[in-house]
Design a protein around this ligand. Structure first.
Ligand SMILES: Cc1ncc(COP(=O)(O)O)c(C=O)c1O
Length: 464
């Protein structure tokens, strides 16, 4: 272990600058080692430090909070905390409140749904998205209004699963002049870890596009500076950034882009005024018009604590930590061979640390080069108490590109199936290829020991 670690440090000297995280792991995340867990699913859900829950419980136990929709003292305190949290989130992303409005949602999917249901698509409009978007972005195409517009997908190309710049430009420039054009891409793919260039935002806007940046997989380990980048809509979930609380996400919208959204309904909390007799209502201006019902006001103070926690560690430090670990793990996996010479693992996406995050997707293969079912890998990982992720990670487009699936074979399986097809049936239909993958993702509490354990687990599949 000692020599392996020295060799790692020689190859990835930036890890030295992240040593504070080892201290943090002992102090704030001792439950991982006490309970014997190897947690490598940070892209699925982040982990909270003890600090966050301790301070949140102390705050709740020492306060009386009421529904923020009144002016009574308990309501006033809740309102004060909501206002303070809104301010803190904008500060964290360096967003100018004159430019951006923050809307609290239940998660990133809730934020994406707000844009999808309210963006004024109609005949002749355009919805453009990269293949590697999460289902909650792809699902926007299912709204009836969006069906009348034209939806186009920009392919990501294996092996790196990036979009060639000239391809992107052709899509952006090739769209007819239409009134409303929405371009959506993930700042970081939750499948491959690829980080797409944020320069695309300005390029697209100069060509008349509104840009939806899905930052859910990016912001837990990367700084997003909204004075440097100006996407029209940004979506994220806070539990992915710092584990607790779940059930709170955000849509950050530029003021002109927010004006463009037309809500298809109203709810308690979103209107200045409504009448049953006159069948009329007026939507509240700004964020209020988009925050349905009562906010999760007991949890918002915990969002502030989560941001404080991330700031105390430093997002750049976390970035260096996850990148060095992912880089090392990928090097080791690329070199890992069966005695037959076949590779044990094939990685989907870039295999160096350039413009990528700490998320690595792969499949394992036997000594004859046949894929090992990702579900078996998960089963075995469970018995090692390793929490990794398998499947397509709600990112079907990236999976299809990575595994070389063709449209015709997918459509063929769908037409042959009598009822609704299950994932198992789909796997049997596409029997010579994988239909899912294994994902390892590092985060705020990851250590070299975690990465080594994961490598040791994969080495168990090495034959001969
Ligand atoms: C890139 C990306 N976008 C959106 C989502 C949806 O997030 P949530 O499930 O918190 O709504 C995820 C979740 O994994 C994601 O990784």
């Amino acid at each position: 272990m000692e020599t392996k670690f020295s060799e790692f440090l020689r190859r990835y000297p930036d890890y030295h600058g992240t040593e504070a995280i080892d201290e943090l792991r002992k102090r704030e995340f001792s439950r991982l080692d006490r309970l014997g867990h190897i947690y490598v699913d940070y892209t699925g859900g982040g982990l909270f430090g003890d600090f966050q829950i301790r301070h949140h419980m102390e705050f709740l136990a020492g306060s009386v909070l009421g529904n923020p929709h009144s002016t009574n003292p308990t309501s006033a305190l809740a309102t004060e905390r909501v206002v303070s949290c809104r301010k803190r989130v904008l500060e964290f992303f360096n967003a100018d409140p004159e430019e951006y409005v923050l809307i609290f949602t239940s998660n990133a999917s809730g934020a994406l749904k707000l844009v999808g249901e309210s963006y004024p698509f109609s005949e002749g409009d355009q919805f453009l998205l990269t293949f590697d978007n999460h289902n909650s972005v792809v699902g926007i195409r299912a709204f009836d209004r969006v069906k009348r517009a034209s939806t186009q997908y920009i392919p990501v190309e294996p092996p790196d699963l990036r979009v060639p710049e000239e391809r992107l430009r052709a899509f952006l420039e090739g769209s007819p002049e239409s009134r409303n054009k929405l371009f959506a891409f993930p700042a970081q793919s939750n499948f491959s870890g690829v980080q797409h260039p944020l320069d695309w935002i300005r390029e697209a806007q100069e060509l008349g596009w509104d840009v939806l940046l899905d930052a859910a997989a990016f912001v837990p380990t990367n700084r997003l500076d909204l004075q440097k980048w100006h996407p029209d809509y940004v979506t994220l979930s806070f539990y992915k950034m710092f584990g607790y609380p779940t059930g709170v996400g955000a849509l950050l919208a530029r003021r002109p882009a927010l004006q463009k959204l037309h809500r298809p309904w109203f709810a308690g909390g979103t209107i200045s005024w409504a009448s049953v007799l006159a069948e009329s209502h007026t939507l509240s201006p700004g964020s209020d018009g988009f925050e349905d019902g009562t906010l999760n006001y007991t949890s918002l103070p915990a969002v502030e604590l989560g941001l404080e926690f991330l700031d105390s560690v430093g997002v750049d430090t976390i970035h260096d930590r996850v990148n060095t670990l992912a880089g090392w793990l990928m090097d080791e996996l690329v070199a890992l061979r069966h005695s037959s010479g076949e590779r044990v693992a094939r990685i989907y996406g870039p295999i160096d640390t350039e413009s990528r995050g700490g998320t690595v997707a792969l499949n394992l293969y036997d000594s004859k080069g046949a894929p090992i079912d990702h579900r078996l890998v998960e089963e075995k990982a469970n018995s090692w108490k390793i929490s990794l992720r398998t499947g397509c990670f709600c990112n079907p487009g990236a999976g299809e590109m990575a595994m070389g699936l063709e449209r015709d074979e997918i459509v063929g399986c769908l037409t042959r199936s009598q009822d609704r097809m299950t994932l198992d049936q789909f796997q049997q239909c596409i029997d010579d290829k994988s239909t899912g993958a294994v994902r390892i993702s590092f985060g705020v509490a990851s250590t070299f020991e975690d990465a080594s354990k994961v490598l040791q687990f994969f080495q168990e599949f090495q034959e001969g």
